[in-house]
Design a protein around this ligand. Sequence first.
Ligand SMILES: *[C@@H]1O[C@H](CO)[C@@H](O)[C@H](O)[C@H]1NC(C)=O
Ligand SMILES: *[C@@H]1O[C@H](CO)[C@@H](O)[C@H](O)[C@H]1NC(C)=O
Ligand SMILES: *[C@@H]1O[C@H](CO)[C@@H](O)[C@H](O)[C@H]1NC(C)=O
Ligand SMILES: *[C@@H]1O[C@H](CO)[C@@H](O)[C@H](O)[C@H]1NC(C)=O
Length: 334
Amino acid sequence: MRASRWRLLLLAVLALMSSCAMRRVEAAVGIQPPEKLQWHYYQNSCRDAERYVRNQVEFYWKLDRSLAPKLIRMLYSDCFVTGCDASILLDGPYSEKTAPQNAGLLGFPMAVIDKIKQVLEQRCPGVVSCADILNFAARDAAHLAGGPSYPVLAGRKDGMSSSAALVDLPLGAVPWGSALAYFESRGLDVLDLTTLLGGHSMGKTNCSFIADRLYNFNNTGKPDPSMDSSFLAQMRVQCPPNSKNQVYLDPDSGSSYSFSKSFYSRVLNHRAVLGIDQQIAANNDSSQIAEEYNASFEDFRKIFALSMSRMGNIKVSTGNQGEIRKNCRVVNRK
Ligand SMILES: *[C@@H]1O[C@H](CO)[C@@H](O)[C@H](O)[C@H]1NC(C)=O
Ligand SMILES: *[C@@H]1O[C@H](CO)[C@@H](O)[C@H](O)[C@H]1NC(C)=O
Ligand SMILES: *[C@@H]1O[C@H](CO)[C@@H](O)[C@H](O)[C@H]1NC(C)=O
Ligand SMILES: *[C@@H]1O[C@H](CO)[C@@H](O)[C@H](O)[C@H]1NC(C)=O
């Protein structure tokens, strides 16, 4: 029985989730939420904060559905670099958002966060942190895109600095072991990595990021042997050598900007677009997780909620550390 170990773990996690609070689940899988984050944190200080965020996200998502993968990506870029402290939102000549990995985050998703912050500052000045807004907004966008809804613990403070030099997000082709080590260095694991990669059922990538797979894999002068040959032929048509085209990350569902179980079935059938996604099938634990998600999209949605929560809890600041920014792009003046 290949899938037995992960199947048991997933079933245990899911059983806990349906019968108990998320807090218990997090304990069960070994990550405690940071002490001071709370549910309904803004209940008294800014009663409808989460509802305002949801309304704004829905408004902009209806205009442009690419908002969902972009906000999820923005949360990832924030939390993996110096923790979830909204450092990704700060402007500045050498801030995190100027790193090449973050080029896609400068326009639309940033403008949506600005708008949400303006509304909240009018209603409850100086109360809701940018770090919490980003966590709420990414959750709401994921839900609109067919992902789960889940409670976001809040009370994060905003960080005071941001430096492009600290951005170490892997760019382009990455071996699975490096990606996993990167996740583990933040307290996340193979279940989180395999699950969060499911976000690649939405949106596009540049041909430059897959050119090596199509034409010169690992400097062999040949394509990636893990690619299905008819799929390889299709992708070569869409991405001729040195192409500046863009392609959908999941050709079945990318254009709908929604989560889809097709992502994991493509991975298992050697038809994933990105090399990192295809490597899910090449590793024992992750391929068993992919089989489980291919069998049950609902399991994927539930664990996606868990992994987003775990990511949103990386190295948060609470209490007297940090501040509540008035404008998410700049630290408050002393
Ligand atoms: C991807 O391609 C688009 C359109 O060609 C371009 O504007 C963008 O800078 C590219 N992004 C990266 C990271 O190369
Ligand atoms: C790439 O090639 C190097 C040696 O040339 C090898 O050690 C490595 O395993 C290869 N990587 C992949 C993903 O095949
Ligand atoms: C994915 O699930 C479908 C059933 O929904 C099944 O027919 C198919 O064999 C599965 N694919 C793999 C590679 O396990
Ligand atoms: C995958 O894991 C199972 C059980 O943990 C083990 O028996 C098997 O040898 C592993 N397969 C590979 C290819 O590592």
